[in-house]
Design a protein around this ligand. Structure first.
Ligand code: FES
Length: 147
């Protein structure tokens, strides 16, 4: 096991019903390797946000949303899950293992679960090893395609 703390982008739906102590932990005491991005609904997460996080160095992405029947925008979370699963297959195809993307649906009774999910995900990422940074790949030369 390595001591490397993988960088994690953590998208959290603003309406997610976290227990107050869990939300306080998320808002004030997240470990340094986890970057919080709040969104109005998981349905508002454009796959390009995820790609941007990966290009910025995220070795894993967690998306936390409301339970399916509790999404404030009816089925925003279900649509997001479908869309982002397809996107994660694409990411896997280009070399970013789809095990690096995790969905978590939470409700008030899931006290302490977000901490457990993040710790478990971090452990999974450590076992996967470091991700080849997509951002580190050679960009196309300016002005067009390679010859
Ligand atoms: Fe929370 Fe849609 S409002 S996932």
């Amino acid at each position: 096991m390595t001591d490397h703390k993988p960088k994690i982008a953590f998208f959290q739906c603003h309406w997610c019903l976290y227990a107050p102590e869990d939300q306080e932990w998320v808002d004030r005491r997240l470990p340094d390797n986890i970057r919080l991005i709040k969104v109005p609904c998981t349905g508002r997460i454009d796959p390009l946000f995820v790609l941007n996080a990966v290009q910025g160095g995220a070795e894993g992405v967690v998306i936390s949303g409301c339970l399916p029947e509790k999404c404030h925008y009816k089925e925003g979370n279900l649509a997001a899950r479908r869309q982002l699963q397809e996107f994660s297959s694409f990411m896997d195809y280009i070399g970013y293992d789809e095990a690096r993307l995790r969905f978590v649906w939470l409700d008030l009774q899931d006290r302490g679960r977000i901490q457990r999910e993040l710790a478990d995900f971090e452990n999974q990422l450590q076992q996967l090893g470091s991700a080849e940074a997509l951002a580190a790949r050679q960009p196309l030369e300016e002005g067009g395609a390679h010859e």
